[in-house]
Design a protein around this ligand. Structure first.
Ligand SMILES: [Fe+2]
Ligand SMILES: [Fe+2]
Length: 269
């Protein structure tokens, strides 16, 4: 991991200053996601260390990978003439609330949903952004975050073992609320990053909804279902979700295939 650096010898030929500013905002959002993922993974690792050392080690390594992404992004932001900026009001509130979550299963569920929108955004951006100096950064993020999604589905199943019905109901409600909040975040992010990633709000919202819904389409027992009116509104076929491409990327088979990380990118594109 640490041997894989970025080649930052060629400057980016920006189409406009607006595009560059939007890229700085895009990668700042990525930076905050990495920072939060790193902290939560290491906290969870400590929590489970005495019960399950193997799981703790996996969580630690996973957190380390987020830490490595954070380092790469810090370097990359300087390369594009930007810097790590303080969080905006909405983003700050989001992460503060998340930071206050104490129950393991809530933390893992929120993290899983964040990973899902992260990997969805990176995959879409990678299919649109053509700058040769930017694609390697997006490729690393797409590749690793695609792997983190099925990894977190596994963590969540683990964390949900032995939970009471009441706890499960709480978690299902959290899933629904976050589902809507993340769709709303797609709207807010368009104002900031669209000049860079060229993704329209409707495309992004539909992709978020589809991937967040598909996460559990093959695990109906867990009971995580999105608000049905949203799927209808976005033209997503609920019945077909378990067989969809979106469900495939979160499967255990996909996680096993992602042991060869380059394959994860090939299948992501
Ligand atoms: Fe990451
Ligand atoms: Fe991640």
């Amino acid at each position: 991991m640490y041997d894989e650096g970025l080649d930052l010898s060629q400057p980016v030929a920006w189409g406009s200053e607006e595009e560059r500013q939007a890229a700085i905002k895009f990668f700042n959002a990525a930076f905050r996601a990495e920072e939060s993922g790193l902290r939560q993974a290491h906290e969870l690792a400590e929590e489970v260390a005495s019960m399950d050392p193997d799981l703790a080690e996996t969580l630690r390594l996973y957190g380390d990978e987020e830490g490595w992404h954070r380092e790469l992004l810090t370097e990359f932001l300087t390369f594009i003439g930007g810097e790590v900026r303080p969080m905006g009001r909405v983003t700050g509130t989001f992460y503060r609330l998340y930071g206050r979550a104490k129950k393991m299963e809530s933390i893992v569920l929120v993290n899983l949903m964040f990973e899902t929108i992260g990997s969805t955004t990176y995959r879409m951006a990678l299919s649109r952004v053509k700058h040769p100096a930017i694609r390697p950064m997006l490729t690393i993020l797409t590749r690793d975050e695609s792997f983190h999604v099925p990894l977190n589905v596994h963590f969540l199943k683990h964390a949900m073992k032995g939970r009471t019905l009441r706890e499960r109901m709480r978690l299902r409600a959290l899933y629904k609320v976050l589902f809507l909040a993340l769709l709303a975040s797609a709207y807010a992010s368009r104002r900031r990053a669209k000049a860079f990633d060229n993704i329209e709000f409707k495309e992004l919202a539909r992709a978020y909804a589809e991937h967040l819904a598909a996460l559990f389409a093959r695990e109906p027992d867990l009971g995580f279902t999105p608000p049905p009116f949203v799927l209808k509104l976005l033209g997503i076929d609920e019945e077909g979700l378990s067989q969809s491409e979106a469900a495939r990327v979160t499967s255990i088979e996909e996680a096993e295939r992602a042991i060869d990380r380059q394959q994860a990118v090939v299948s992501a594109l």
